[in-house]
Structure formats: structure tokens, C-alpha cells
Design a protein around this ligand. Structure first.
Ligand code: ADP
Ligand code: MG
Length: 309
């Protein structure tokens, strides 16, 4: 039976996220949601758009595409070190079936990370797409930022790089049971790691969504420093070079996107546990990102993902 948008909102969105937090007084059902931020806390807000045929292939599961859209938005909160408290999901759908599938994906992701869905919008559109807004909180002034690296800091990486690009390669070759397919089907926002780093006193962090080279470059520019990275220190380097070819993995790490690892800098006094991250380089006075492979400076052209350009 076909449903109108109001019954879809009630049946597929309302109450379908994680548990409510004290941040929200009133969620879905009025013209707007109502919130009460806690004293002494900053609110961190980010908005992200995912569009069919831009962010996901049109033969990809709509449930998984929506799940990924939520998770990539949550990853921005991870990068800031914020604890997610609310999500708004604007769902644009070609047809009723698409809206229901995307609603399922939104709900799956929000339940996994226990974040409440507090509002959004639902409309018909020529292409399937989601615009996701996320809010998180953290103690006043403690957000990790791209512009707070010091030239004396070391550079660290939490999470994996290159795996999403390998999964996408397999998807494009129709290898639906490929070893890396699951790495492109699901995004894991490193929320606990981000909060842990912020609590340890880490000041500067970015999530790697557009390849290591491009995102390290953003951090270097924002902080007005240079960065040296030894690419062979990236997790699983040797094993991955053996299994998919050194040039292929090198390319996936540098230019592949959407792995959502956290790239951060920290002074030597902060002891980062090995289980949390690996050191892959250091900051220096100057500018730009220099990439080393077994100690040898590499010539690499920048070609991370750009929407325009
Ligand atoms: P209005 O016309 O006043 O903007 P809507 O009919 O669009 O209100 O939405 C009604 C309620 O349902 C609002 O609280 C809105 O936030 C919520 N809502 C609509 N679409 C979604 C969605 N995709 N996800 C979560 N909440 C939604
Ligand atoms: Mg509306």
C-alpha cells in the first residue's frame, strides 16, 4: 500500500534512531526540534551531503548508501572529538521504495552508534540523496581542530587507509564477494578514538575522507606548518603491498578516499597507546606535505577527490 510523506515520517523516521540524550527536549513532530545544550559544553555541528552517482554507484544498496551517509557525517564529529547527541536527516528520494530503504539505512547507523534522530525533511527528487546534519558536544574549548598543529608535533594515524579504494575497485570489476568490498559498503566513524584523543589533550585532528595526501595538505595549510610522512608506516603496509601490489596500495592510501581514519598531531609528551594509533610522520617548520617511501622522498602529484576542478 502506498503511503504519504506524513505516514512515512511517522512509520520510518520517528523514534527509529538511537536513544534520546539530555540535549534534546523535543525531537520529531513539530516545526522544529528543541534543545538545551549543557553549561560548560560546546556544541559541534556539521552537515554533509551524499548523492547517488556521486557518492555511491546507482547499483549500490540504498540501505547501505544511507547508512554510509550517516556514518560519514558522524566521522566529522569524531575528528573534532565530539560526543554525538543529535542527527537531522534530509532524505530526497526518487520513489517511495527508495525513501523506505534510505530510512532503514539511517536507522541502522543511528542505532549502531546510539544517536537520536531529531528531525529532517522528506521529499521527492530526481536523484536519491541525503543531507545529514550532526551535532555533538564536548567540554568548552577542547575541540580538536585542523589549525592547531605545532611544527614540533609528531603525526599519527588512527584507523586504516586505502581499503575503501580497494573495495571500490572490486565493486567496479563486479567482484561482489571481493575481500575488500565490505570496506566500501560500510563506514566506521572513529567516535571513541576521537573522544579519547581529545581527552588525552590532542589538539589537532582531521578525518581522512579524500586521501592521505590531500587531507594532510589541509592540515598543513590550516596550521601553517610542513608535514613529513613515511608512507610505509601506514598500517598493514607490507601485507597489503604483497596482497594487492605495492603501486596499487600506495595509490589507494595517498589518493583513495572515504576510509575515515583520523590523522592527528601530538607533542611527544602525550603518550599515544599503540592500540589507538601509529606514528606515520612529523610536523616541521615550512609548508607542504613531503612523502617518503622507505626514507626516500617521493615525487607525487596531488589527485585526491575534488567535486569541482
Ligand atoms: P514542516 O513542513 O513543518 O517542515 P515536515 O512535515 O517536513 O514539517 O516534518 C514534520 C516533522 O517530521 C518535523 O519534526 C521534521 O523534522 C520531521 N521529519 C521529516 N522528515 C524527516 C526525516 N527524513 N528524518 C527525520 N525527521 C523528519
Ligand atoms: Mg519540512
Amino acid at each position: 500500500m502506498s503511503e504519504n510523506e506524513f505516514s512515512i515520517i511517522n512509520n520510518y523516521f520517528k523514534g527509529k534512531g538511537g536513544h534520546s540524550s539530555t540535549f534534546t527536549r523535543f525531537a520529531i513532530g513539530d516545526d522544529a526540534s528543541i534543545h538545551c545544550p549543557r553549561t560548560g559544553m560546546d556544541l559541534v555541528v556539521s552537515s554533509d551531503t551524499s548523492v547517488e552517482n556521486v557518492h555511491w554507484p546507482d547499483d549500490f544498496s540504498r540501505v547501505k548508501a544511507a547508512d554510509r551517509a550517516i556514518c560519514s557525517a558522524l566521522s566529522d564529529l569524531a575528528a573534532m572529538g565530539a560526543n554525538p547527541v543529535a542527527v537531522w536527516a534530509n532524505v530526497m528520494a526518487r520513489d517511495e521504495k527508495s525513501v523506505k530503504k534510505m530510512a532503514k539505512g539511517v536507522s541502522n547507523a543511528l542505532r549502531r552508534y546510539n544517536v537520536e534522530l531529531v528531525g529532517g525533511d522528506t521529499c521527492r527528487s530526481a536523484v536519491n540523496a541525503l543531507a545529514v546534519t550532526v551535532a555533538g558536544e564536548l567540554p568548552e574549548g577542547s575541540a580538536m581542530r585542523r589549525d592547531l598543529a605545532k611544527s614540533t608535533d609528531n603525526v599519527w594515524l588512527a584507523g586504516r587507509l586505502g581499503f575503501h579504494a580497494l573495495g571500490l575497485q572490486q565493486w567496479m570489476r563486479y567482484q561482489r564477494d571481493g575481500e575488500y568490498i565490505h570496506c566500501m559498503e560500510e563506514i566506521t566513524p572513529l567516535l571513541s578514538a576521537g573522544m579519547h584523543l581529545r581527552e588525552m589533550g590532542v589538539k589537532c585532528c582531521i578525518d581522512v575522507s579524500d586521501g592521505l595526501l590531500q587531507d594532510a595538505g589541509h592540515l598543513a595549510v590550516a596550521s601553517r606548518i610542513g608535514i613529513d610522512i613515511e608512507v610505509t608506516h601506514v598500517p598493514n603496509w607490507l601485507h597489503m603491498c604483497r596482497s594487492v601490489g605495492a603501486e596499487n596500495f600506495f595509490d589507494a592510501v595517498l589518493h583513495g578516499g572515504e576510509d575515515y581514519a583520523l590523522l592527528f598531531t601530538a607533542p611527544a609528551e602525550i603518550k599515544i597507546p599503540n592500540a589507538l594509533a601509529v606514528q606515520i610522520g612529523c610536523c616541521r617548520v615550512g609548508e607542504g606535505v613531503n612523502l617518503y617511501r622507505n626514507g626516500k622522498l617521493c615525487e607525487v602529484e596531488s589527485k585526491g577527490f575534488l567535486h569541482f576542478g
